[in-house]
Structure formats: C-alpha cells, structure tokens
Design a protein around this ligand. Structure first.
Ligand SMILES: [Zn+2]
Ligand SMILES: [Zn+2]
Length: 131
C-alpha cells in the first residue's frame, strides 16, 4: 500500500501513513479557516492503525467542549500537521495540504457548508454531510 508523509513548513515535524484515508473532506467552519488561514480546511482521516511513524518536536493545542480536539503543531514553524478529534474516535486527522508528495485521492465530502464562501465552486458529486 502507498505510504504518504505529511510534513510541516520547515520539514522538522512529520507523520507517515499507509493506504488511503477513510474520510477525506473539506470544512468551511471558522475554526478550520483559522487553522489554515485559508478559505476552508482540508482534512484526511486515517485509522490509527494506518499511522506508520511520526517525528519532530510537536506541541499540543487542546480544544475542549463539543468540538474536542488535540492538535499537534511544529514548535519551530507552527504548522498543524495532525490531530485527534472527538468526532472521529480511533482515527488520526491529517492536514491534507501537508502531503505534497503522492497526492491523496479527491475529497468526497464538504462540511459546514453554511460557512462556504459564495464564490467557491465545488464538484457537484461531493457529499454535503457524513450521514
Ligand atoms: Zn516545522
Ligand atoms: Zn471545520
């Protein structure tokens, strides 16, 4: 199975996964926009058993409450590389954009669509929820 590595901007922090993501989607919520500084967040969720290795000096940013998350970011450059979310137990979320080698499969779902910018067109065959 194909291995892919997500790497931070400076290259010090990384995580390697094997196989394709269980979920690959984008999210238009304010939190994802802030995390990425972009129009939406793009996230790939892999089963924890697909994680082969990780490295680098990471710091934890924990979010409590209904959107509980543990986000791991590089201490040198600040890039969030991967995380765990209460919504997806047993899975590791990876910032899709940090994978710049072998591309991931196309995303299949768009979430929190009420926050989507009006100018943003997306493929019509993507699902609009995980239901
Ligand atoms: Zn870094
Ligand atoms: Zn979001």
């Amino acid at each position: 199975m194909e291995k892919r590595t997500a790497t931070c901007c400076c290259g010090a922090a990384w995580i390697e996964v094997e196989g394709d993501p269980q979920i690959h989607g984008i999210c238009h919520c304010g939190n994802c926009k802030r995390r990425t500084g972009s129009a939406f967040g793009m996230s790939a969720y892999f089963a924890d058993t697909q994680v082969r290795a990780k490295g680098g000096e990471l710091k934890l940013y924990a979010i409590a409450g209904g959107n509980a998350q543990e986000r791991f970011f590089c201490v040198a450059c600040g890039t969030t590389v991967f995380w765990r979310s209460g919504h997806f137990p047993g899975m590791t979320g990876i910032a899709s954009g940090c994978i710049t080698g072998a591309p991931l499969p196309e995303p299949t779902v768009t979430l929190c669509n009420e926050g989507r910018f009006s100018w943003l067109e997306l493929p019509v065959h993507w699902r609009t929820s995980l239901e």
